[in-house]
Design a protein around this ligand. Structure first.
Ligand code: IMP
Ligand code: MG
Length: 177
């Protein structure tokens, strides 16, 4: 194994907890009595999703979806494909997509299109982080945790080559991409 980059803290676990609490308040206000389905995008959203749902004290369901991107570079998106789909129908349901990071926007634009075709009653996006400096396609984020600089983000579920997902803080690393 080569030398690992050293993660630098961008947002501490206390700042993350405050942001997740704020998002939960916003979501509770909009979905009280609605019984939504929260769809987490694997794998990056798993820590965020776990913290968020425990602050939502109303009936809801949890689903996960996994996408793969073949031949993806940092600038040019690869061809996106759903590799693990939904196990229940979202037709007529209120859906909230939970994503770790919106970067160029290609992934989320693809997924929102894919889900819209399944005719949910409503479809919103909750993203832990947003890197607007790199956006290539417009994305509307309904609930946002943090705006991040143009750095490579890791921790709190987010990886670099499957590493660093377990870090409790949102960090950045210096990497050659
Ligand atoms: P997009 O299609 O460029 O918006 O990229 C979205 C996906 O790329 C995210 O769901 C992440 O999996 C990954 N990604 C983008 N930026 C970063 C980063 O800074 N750290 C880790 N993963 C990232
Ligand atoms: Mg992702």
């Amino acid at each position: 194994m080569g030398v690992q980059p050293e993660p630098q803290i961008l947002f501490s676990k206390a700042e993350i907890a405050a942001a997740v609490k704020r998002l939960a308040v916003e979501i509770k206000k909009d979905y009280q009595g609605k019984h939504p389905i929260l769809i987490g995008i694997l794998k990056g959203s798993f820590v965020f999703m776990a913290d968020l749902v425990r602050l939502l004290d109303f009936p809801l369901e949890v689903e996960f979806i996994q996408l793969s991107s073949y031949g993806r570079g940092r600038i040019t998106p690869g061809k996106l494909k759903v590799v693990q789909g939904l196990r229940s129908s979202i037709k007529g349901r209120d859906v909230i997509v939970i994503e770790d990071i919106v970067d160029t926007g290609h992934t989320i634009a693809f997924l929102m299109d894919y889900l819209r075709k399944k005719k949910p009653a409503s479809l919103k996006l909750c993203a832990l982080t947003d890197k607007p400096s790199r956006r290539q396609v417009p994305v509307n984020i309904d609930y946002l945790g943090f705006t991040v600089p143009d750095k490579f983000i890791v921790g709190y579920g987010i990886d670099w080559d499957e590493k660093f997902r377990h870090l409790p803080d949102i960090c950045f690393i210096e990497v050659e991409e």
